[in-house]
Ligand binder design. Structure first.
Ligand code: SAH
Length: 246
């Protein structure tokens, strides 16, 4: 009798210990990317501190968003190991997911807020759209390469505040205009007039402009309440070209 009670107690303890061990392992493995994502945020924070020339600070809120959007869900399987490296990665079709530092900077410049209407030209992987959506903004994103657009639409499905579309973003998204902010993630040779027209007075456009072969410049284009446009150069960048029929 006593022996069987001891055995029962032993088995019960062992079961508890095993369950506890499993729970600890599960918690550690629930997000194996948590540590690399934290490291990326630390790296961006350090880089932002050094970068005194780009007018806009990458603030805590932007860093917090980068710290919670799972970038590994926006890269191809072959790139998973590098998902939290601070550099662009190939996403197929000759296109790239932008460098996280540039995503953070463009987000800070676009200054998204709850309920703001934002247009993104160049959905690509969908990562930048997800980052903008985390601010509660009403995001509209256009991609010209149909398979990329379809894939990104699937990834972005959890966000009810993101609308996706396949098409030429040079012409904007007329039915949804005007926008509080426009983020262009492919390099244009000059600022597309249809996009400028779809920017609200008081709105901001972030766009890389320049040749597709040489360095481009990231511009912050601001339209004031009277409709006057002011352009500031932020920093040299390298984006894939804005293609399409223009
Ligand atoms: N924002 C993306 C970066 C993608 S790279 C991300 O977070 O992953 C730029 C993308 O712009 C490419 O997918 C490219 O196909 C797309 N693109 C290029 N020209 C375009 C155009 N005229 N209209 C819409 N998308 C365009």
């Amino acid at each position: 009798m006593r022996l069987s009670a001891a055995i029962t107690r032993y088995v019960r303890h062992a079961a508890w210990a095993a369950m506890l061990a499993c729970a600890v392992v599960a918690a550690q493995e629930r997000d194996p990317y948590a540590a690399p994502r934290r490291a990326l945020v630390a790296e961006l924070q350090a880089q932002a501190r050094e970068d005194t020339g780009s007018l806009t600070r990458i603030d805590r809120e932007v860093l917090a968003v980068i710290g919670r959007v799972p970038r590994h869900l926006y890269v191809p399987k072959a790139e998973l190991a590098d998902a939290y490296e601070n550099r662009p990665l190939g996403i197929g079709y000759g296109q790239t997911i932008s460098q996280p530092y540039i995503v953070a900077l463009m987000t800070a410049l676009a200054h998204p807020g709850p309920g703001q209407k934002i247009l993104e030209v160049g959905t690509g992987s969908g990562y930048q759209a997800a980052v903008l959506a985390e601010f509660g903004a009403d995001v509209h994103t256009i991609e010209i390469i149909a398979p990329l657009a379809t894939q990104a639409a699937q990834r972005l499905r959890p966000y009810r505040n993101v609308a996706t579309r396949t098409g030429d973003g040079y012409y904007g998204w007329k039915e949804q205009a005007p926008f509080d902010a426009i983020v262009v993630t492919a390099a244009a040779s000059s600022i597309p007039p249809p996009l400028l027209a779809q920017l609200k007075p008081g709105g901001r456009m972030v766009i890389p402009v320049g040749s597709s072969f040489f360095t481009q410049t990231l511009l912050l284009v601001q339209k004031d309440e009277q409709g006057r446009v002011r352009t500031r150069q932020i920093l040299p960048v390298r984006f894939v070209p804005l293609t399409g029929g223009h």
